[in-house]
Design a binder for this molecule. Sequence first.
Ligand SMILES: Cc1cc2nc3c(=O)[nH]c(=O)nc-3n(C[C@H](O)[C@H](O)[C@H](O)COP(=O)(O)O)c2cc1C
Length: 183
Amino acid sequence: MTKILAFTGSNSSKSINEKLLKYTIELLIDVDVDVDYSNLNTLELPIYSEDEEENKGIPIDIRILSEQIQKYDALVVSVNEHNGAMSAFFKNITDWLSRNNSKYLEGKNIFLMSASPGKGGAKSSLEYTKSNFEKFGGKIVESFSFPLFHENFDVENNKINSEDLELGLRDVVSNFLQNILED
Ligand SMILES: Cc1cc2nc3c(=O)[nH]c(=O)nc-3n(C[C@H](O)[C@H](O)[C@H](O)COP(=O)(O)O)c2cc1C
């Protein structure tokens, strides 16, 4: 069984990326793969600093997350956008992970998504995250940007309102699955 780990780059309790990710997990589960969702908001982490690392070492929650990632064949990640980049919350996690193991994404096939309430669909954060993940060995197999979230996603009925986005998402999910199941 192919194992997929899913998480978002947001620490908001009302995260639109979490809603999109959970919707996407349902599409993935339809096919025969195992998907686990991890809420990174439960990690106990200081802001990265060289002093913190020297004095206290790598936080245990980062070592556990890094080991957890190694147990999966692929990742599905949805990132939010804060001022054109990934959130400080998520950057901090990726900085710590990179200090623990500079190849923490080696061999991982990744489906990267992003969502925003605006027209841009958090594309700038998506692009930044792509290059960040690739630096640490990740392979971005598919990506998908979801714009105008509140218009295009019906939260009450857990449904995408735009036919183009619904078909587009199903298409990339299917390509991603084909790719990782072949690997
Ligand atoms: C500090 C801050 C900066 C933001 N910068 C951007 C931005 O650059 N581009 C954008 O599309 N949305 C921006 N937003 C709006 C976010 O896209 C919006 O809050 C979204 O809900 C975040 O995703 P999340 O709900 O999954 O956390 C920003 C929001 C905050 C609080």
